[in-house]
Design a protein around this ligand. Structure first.
Ligand code: ZN
Ligand code: ZN
Length: 223
């Protein structure tokens, strides 16, 4: 089977299925959304039994919320970056600094907790997911949170960046900064490193996809 990245829309966020010989599920939505995620996966033609690994782009509740439940139900390992292993274990996270109005709203209203779990794979620097049946490399891309990672999918040329950047809710190729960030200088440095890896397309935890050229324009305007 050709490697492909299948979006799994979950309402408030988007998870992705990175397909090769097996499937790596990237992110898990809010707590309690596990049934919906599995239904959407099947609808997209991805058998949940093909999942070999769950990778979390970072441990905010809209990405890590379903990890504990899915790990139990599917019996698969969950990978997080070492900088957020303690968040996963305790089921807590930090939102850091709002970058816009929506971020300020989230900062006041979002419950930062989620069902905790013990990560089976703790990522340090980069990692190659070939052993899990998916042609993707992991890049540590902090800025939104300390343990944010990006998956670079070699065959499809997609970069699944989590909340490193956000897409427009309406239009393609209108990337912007995320709603919240730990360190904006670090965020732009990470975005530049993803670009240097040469992906064709950026896929976000929130919003519509963007071409590498549109992300390059954003970086030129913001840094
Ligand atoms: Zn986030
Ligand atoms: Zn998010």
């Amino acid at each position: 089977m050709n490697a492909a990245v299948v979006p799994v829309p979950l309402g408030a966020s988007t998870a992705y299925a990175v397909r090769g010989e097996r499937t790596v599920l990237v992110d898990t939505g809010f707590p309690g959304g596990e049934d919906r995620l599995l239904t959407r996966l099947r609808k997209a033609g991805v058998a949940p039994s093909s999942i070999s690994l769950i990778v979390l782009t970072h441990c905010h509740p809209d990405h890590a919320g379903g990890a504990a439940g899915l790990k139990r139900r599917l019996g698969v390992p969950v990978a997080v970056h070492e900088a957020e292993a303690a968040w996963a274990e305790s089921g807590t996270s930090e939102l850091y600094r709002p970058l816009n109005l929506f971020g300020r709203l989230l900062d006041r209203t979002l419950d930062t907790g989620f069902p905790g779990f013990t990560p089976d794979v703790v990522l340090t620097g980069g990692a190659d997911l070939a052993a899990h049946g998916a042609g993707a490399d992991v890049l540590h891309t902090p800025g939104h949170t300390p343990g944010s990672i990006t998956l670079l999918c070699r065959e499809s040329g997609d970069a699944v960046v989590g909340d490193l950047l956000a897409g427009s809710m309406v239009r393609r190729d209108r990337p912007g900064p995320p709603f919240l960030a730990q360190d904006t200088a670090e965020l732009w440095r990470s975005a530049r490193r993803v670009l240097e890896a040469g992906p064709r397309r950026f896929l976000f935890g929130h919003g519509r996809p963007a071409s590498a050229a549109s992300v390059r324009r954003l970086l030129a305007a913001c840094t």
